[in-house]
Every structure is written in C-alpha cells, then in structure tokens.
Ligand binder design. Structure first.
Ligand SMILES: [Zn+2]
Length: 128
C-alpha cells in the first residue's frame, strides 16, 4: 500500500509541474499511465517513472450536469476517456472545449493544466 501512495504522489507532483507520468517496467519495458507500482504485464516491482507526451484521442465522453460539490461551478462539463498516443493508455478527465466546439469521436486532444486551489494543478484535456 505504501508503494501505491508513493506512485499517486509522484503522479500528482508531475501534474503540478504540467506533466503526465507513467511507469515504465525495467524488466519488460511495459508503459502504464497512470503509473503503477507493479507492472501489469509481468508483475515486476522494478519500475521507473517516465514523462509521456500528453497527446491522445477522445474515445468516449459524457456531459455532467450534476457534479460533486467541488465541481458544481463547472457544470455542465464533459468528462472524457482519452486514449494516449503512447501504448494506447487511457486516462479519464475533464475535456474543455471552446464555445461552439462539439466533442467528437477520435478528436485530437492534448493535456492542459488548470490552476486549482493552493497552487495545485488539475489535468484538463483541450483540443490539439
Ligand atoms: Zn513488466
């Protein structure tokens, strides 16, 4: 469990630096995003972190009208699943489009980073 906390912390720190990281397995070279403490392919715990390029395509999405308390001021917003260019890893996140632009299947997106409370940043997907 300690390892999981460490990995989550590293991921959050990277987001605060406007980067997305994954884990790369030193045994089989498998990339996982978000990072995992144990390789899902071979089970090795010998992993390192690596920065991914933050490019992907929108695979599916939904529009949220009823949000948890911290997101109430953002409704309606789009919650999407983005398939990354690198190793087809999938990340969920808020998709922010300019007014008048509609979400579309396989739309090109890039990771953007929005300032949140207390200097922390949040991952947002924006048009490429
Ligand atoms: Zn592995």
């Amino acid at each position: 469990m300690k390892e999981v906390v460490k990995v989550v912390k590293a991921y959050e720190e990277a987001i605060n630096q406007n980067r997305i990281i994954g884990s790369i397995c030193n045994s089989c070279n498998e990339l996982a995003v978000p990072p995992r403490p144990i390789c899902k392919k071979c089970g090795s715990e010998d992993i390192d972190f690596t920065t991914v390029n933050g490019k992907g395509k929108l695979i599916t999405w939904t529009t949220i009208h009823i949000a948890p308390p911290s997101y109430v001021d953002k409704v309606p917003y789009i919650l999407g699943i983005v398939e990354l260019e690198e190793n087809s890893q999938r990340l969920t996140g808020m998709v922010v489009l300019p007014d008048g632009m509609e979400a579309a299947y396989k739309m090109d997106l890039v990771a953007g980073f929005e300032e949140a409370e207390e200097g922390a940043r949040r991952l947002r997907w924006v048009p490429a």
